[in-house]
Design a protein around this ligand. Structure first.
Ligand SMILES: *[C@@H]1O[C@H](CO)[C@@H](O)[C@H](O)[C@H]1NC(C)=O
Ligand SMILES: *[C@@H]1O[C@H](CO)[C@@H](O)[C@H](O)[C@H]1NC(C)=O
Ligand SMILES: *[C@@H]1O[C@H](CO)[C@@H](O)[C@H](O)[C@H]1NC(C)=O
Ligand SMILES: *[C@@H]1O[C@H](CO)[C@@H](O)[C@H](O)[C@H]1NC(C)=O
Length: 641
């Protein structure tokens, strides 16, 4: 008996070994036929098992002779994208395949390939399996493909127009005053060390999206609800838990987002069984948040039935209208014979994605922009000179989007935001897949390669942003690197023209349909224009970010408001007290500041991406907000650069 069991075990082990090896062989053959360079990995790097046991299996892999793993090892590490970016591509090729027994995976930071992949939605659909987690609260425009996605996109894109970009601009101005007040402190003097830049920028962008997108007013600590506010809205604005809730809306949302990976990965019963206090707390936050969203949905359905019109983007309203509006009441609205109707979970799922995508990404960009400007005083001074030139001392509440957006888009303000997005794009990789059915050609520098069907494609945004072929560079002034491609140098955007543009302008078989969203020019005429496929902070093609225009409006406004009257300095408390700084010569101060600059840069390098690229855990860079004219460092440091 025992003997036959162990024989069975042995046989099945041999069989699975045999089938693994034969799968690997077949996959190697397919990779070979593509004509692209390929490298072998024992596990598919994106499989859950490989990700969970990353260090372990890599250690086992390294027991083999060096030649089997040395080259591809860097891209098998978890989280290499931001840390190593373009460097592995230099060694492995700008497009290469990792072959495992499970499947093929194409990595690319070649602008020509990326441009072809993002322009052909049907040949290279989004790999929605990679987003399955984010459909937890309902399917939505991010997690769907094909016909279903088309419907979600059409419904959600309606709110993203110029009028609403202007609304976001005004709200951004207003909320940035709230942020400044937080940073100035109770006495309004500023000059206080702030360690919460990440949380504060998150609050800023959350307040903006909740008002502009959903009509829900949110407040900064110390601000209060004006008397006579509609009771229904007051429920969401309240900083205390309203009736039948154990948490305020703001907290429920903030904590749900804060624990989002845990919540998406842990089933409900497990959360409640876990002994950690945080597990229960996160579960509670999610319960409250979902309950708020259900109530919000109910309110909106009433509004729509009563024909109440909400100002602004009213994202929830337009989602609800498709299922509960006029036409919908008699069955459903029909377009080209296809039913266009969202279910309640789909409405809530889309609202969730709009809140997450609409605030965490922009918050990260705002966060890193502030840090980079503090770490690069020369860039900060140039930015302030442009803000002075374009906006002077005028009151920001009078700034007009239409009038100001173009001049700002050609200024140091846009160059700074573009440069932050180049170095620290919130989304570091876009996952695509070659649709099953046929292999797909890609053309590179006159040669054609066939990418096998089913191959996953990793469009490595954060790497192509640092591929020196496409960017104006100079020798680095900060390091001994050959170029300054890894440095924050917004001035590079003032070189005009395009580099490395060797691909065909038009992609054969590209989508021609209009999928909604901003349709104006996607580059500023006065700034550098990277070739198509080389710069994708908002992705590109049919699946590009709907919110690009409003994110740009939001960022240009917020940065201009902060730096009109204030400067941001790195805090140096770790190296010198205020009294010590006060007694220092300029030279000594520059020396202290240099320590803070080095540390800030090292900290920014520790960013990593779970959902979006940001600092995790306790990593943070302390800063101070000071009135212009009262700087201790940034008014003179690095003046020679
Ligand atoms: C639904 O259809 C009926 C008859 O077709 C019509 O009388 C009614 O007004 C419609 N209701 C709505 C809300 O459109
Ligand atoms: C900056 O100061 C000017 C006038 O001195 C004022 O009009 C403007 O509102 C101030 N801006 C901010 C952001 O405080
Ligand atoms: C740089 O920023 C401006 C303003 O946000 C924008 O209009 C322009 O498209 C950006 N450049 C590129 C190449 O995206
Ligand atoms: C900032 O505050 C400290 C005391 O907290 C003070 O010593 C220093 O002079 C202040 N700096 C400026 C520029 O006001």
């Amino acid at each position: 008996m025992l003997a036959s069991v162990s024989l069975l075990v042995l046989a099945s082990a041999l069989y699975s070994f045999y089938s693994t090896v034969s799968n690997l062989r077949a996959n190697i053959e397919r990779a070979k036929q593509s004509g692209l360079p390929y490298y072998i990995s024992p596990l598919h790097p994106l499989s859950p098992v490989a990700q969970l046991t990353n260090k372990l299996w890599l250690r086992a892999f390294k027991l083999l002779p060096r030649k089997y793993w040395e080259k591809q090892l860097p891209v098998l590490n978890a989280n290499w994208h931001y840390r190593d970016n373009h460097k592995p591509f230099e060694a492995l090729g700008t497009s290469f395949i990792i072959v495992s027994p499970g499947r093929l995976m194409l990595y690319t930071d070649d602008a020509q390939v990326i441009h072809q992949v993002t322009s052909k939605r049907e040949a290279f659909p989004k790999d929605t399996a990679a987003y399955s987690l984010l459909s937890q609260y309902g399917h939505n425009v991010l997690t769907t493909e094909g016909q279903l996605w088309r419907m979600h996109r059409r419904i959600t894109s309606a709110s993203f127009n110029e009028k609403n970009a202007a609304l976001v601009w005004r709200e951004s101005v207003k909320q940035t005053f709230g942020l400044i007040n937080q940073w100035l402190g109770a006495d309004g003097q500023g000059n206080k060390t702030i360690k919460t830049v990440e949380q504060d920028t998150m609050a800023l962008t959350l307040n903006i999206i909740m008002y502009a997108g959903f009509g829900v007013k949110m407040f900064w600590p110390g601000e209060s609800l004006p008397a006579g506010t509609d009771a229904r809205l007051a429920k969401y604005a309240s900083l205390d838990a309203p009736e039948q809730h154990t948490m305020s809306f703001k907290d429920s949302l903030a904590y749900t987002l804060h624990h989002i990976l845990f919540l998406l990965l842990t089933p409900k019963w497990a959360r409640r069984a876990l002994p950690m206090k945080n597990a229960k707390f996160a579960d509670d936050a999610e319960k409250n948040y979902l309950q708020f969203m259900q109530e919000f949905l109910k309110d909106k359905i009433e509004d729509v039935r009563r024909h109440d019109k909400e100002e602004g983007m009213d994202i929830m309203g337009s989602l609800v209208k498709t299922s509960y509006g006029e036409k919908a009441a008699n069955g459903s609205a029909k377009t080209s014979g296809k039913t266009m109707q969202l279910t309640d979970p789909e409405i809530i799922g889309n609202a969730f994605i709009m809140i997450v995508a609409g605030h965490e990404t922009t918050a990260n960009v705002m966060h890193f922009t502030v840090l980079e400007l503090a770490a690069n005083p020369d860039a900060q001074r140039k930015l302030q000179a442009d803000v002075d030139r374009l906006l002077g001392k005028s009151d920001p509440s009078t700034w007009d989007f239409e009038e100001n957006v173009n001049p700002l888009s050609a200024s140091m303000v846009a160059a700074v935001v573009n440069e932050t997005l180049r170095l620290l794009p919130p989304v570091v990789v876009v996952p695509k897949i070659v649709s099953p059915g046929q292999d797909q050609p890609v053309h590179v520098d006159g040669k054609t390669y066939m990418v096998p069907q089913g191959t996953q494609v990793s469009v490595t945004i954060v790497a192509v942003h640092r591929n020196p072929r496409y960017w104006p560079t100079k020798p680095s002034k900060l390091t001994d690197a050959e170029t300054d491609i890894d440095d924050f140098v917004p001035e590079r955007w003032f070189q005009t023209g395009t580099l490395g543009d060797t691909g065909p302008g038009e992609v054969e078989g590209a989508d021609t349909e209009d999928f909604g969203g901003f349709s104006g020019p996607d580059t500023s005429a006065q700034l550098y224009r990277p070739p198509r496929g080389a710069y994708l902070p908002f992705s590109d093609g049919a699946r590009s970010c709907l919110g690009r225009r409003i994110a740009q409006a939001e960022l240009l406004a917020a940065v201009s408001v902060i730096f009109q009257n204030y400067s941001v300095e790195l805090a140096v408390d770790e190296w010198a007290s205020d009294e010590e700084v006060a007694a220092m010569s300029r030279e000594e101060r520059a020396k202290v500041y240099k320590k803070a600059q080095d540390k800030a840069r090292a900290t920014i390098l520790k960013a990593s991406s779970m959902l979006t690229l940001k600092l995790h855990g306790n990593d943070h860079v302390p800063i101070r907000l000071v009135r212009r004219g009262e700087e201790r460092f940034v008014n003179f440091v690095d003046a020679s650069i």
